[in-house]
Design a protein around this ligand. Sequence first.
Ligand code: GLA
Length: 381
Amino acid sequence: MNTVVSGDFERVHGHAPEGLWAAPGRVNLIGEHTDYSDGFALPMALPQTAVLAARRRTDGLLRLHSAQGDGRVTELRVAELAPGVVPGWARYPAGVVWALRERGLPVGGADLHVDSTVPAGAGLSSSAALECVVAVAYEELYGLGLGRPELARVAQYAENHFAGVPCGVMDQMASLCCTGGSALHLDSRSLEVRQVPFDLAGHGLRLLVLDTRVKHDLADGAYAALRAGCERAARLLGLPALRDLAEAELPGALSRLPAELVPLVRHVVTENARVEQAVARLADGRPEALGPVLTEGHASLRDDYGVSCPETDLAVEAAVAAGALGARMTGGGFGGSVIALVRSDGAGAVSDAVTAAFTAAGFRTPAVLEALPSTGARRIG
Ligand code: GLA
């Protein structure tokens, strides 16, 4: 991959790159739709990465090329970058450069070529991988010394204010801070992280990713509405964020909220508790005991938070019926991917059962990947 990406960079840009970096996509094990309420999550990096070759320019131009694009180079003036002016995939890398400059950091232009194996539109954070790989390359090329949590905030700022997606910080933290063999216990308020060993193979387990290959159009508006609902509920309860509501206080709090906010708050509070439960089970050396936590998390996303859809529900149901220890949608929802925790010898039966159920329902054949807890963003050449 490295020599291919370097060679492609040289062909497109006419000189050799200064370096190569990689940043992964992620799956979230548990802790969904909690990050923008300052809550907890437990993502892990995927082996699939966005690989970037980069070389600084001194003329203020940002020249972007993607192996997954239409072959054209997008040429932008760094000083003229502004929200809303860059369309398509280029808004993620360009947004990071813009966000660094918004912080007053002295970054200039670059030639960039990116080649990503993170499936786009599958809920596996292909856009965060793109942002984060540019962030780590710029940090090093321009000697910024920001550190990973700050880079995650920069990438999130780019996505919120340049690409216009009101996401939380979980995807960027996962892509930047995960380490191989571990899941990342993330506190979305302080950005403190703890690496939690997640030894699937040693326990005879595998984690399948079932990409439903659907993305429903309502996703963007619905995500913003959910986020606004959580913020309103916190305000009504007099709390900085829903993270500050303990599970024991839930019944009292729910009785003080308008009916439409009750299921949202119930999801966030119980989901934060499920993260702690999952971390405790991993710490006990019982990764198989994550299964029921995953399936309960899915029920909460489906019944309370309303971000599931027929395809993700069917994938979870068919996986569990075929012997998965647990399964849930992962990421923002409204399509995207489902993760299923399976015993190694049962993986084939689970993926066959989900595929058969999709065929019977008239859905597209799901794509099946395997998730291995992998390394976060890094220099690779
Ligand atoms: C998307 C967002 C994240 C997070 C998840 C839901 O992936 O980018 O910030 O909110 O949805 O957990």
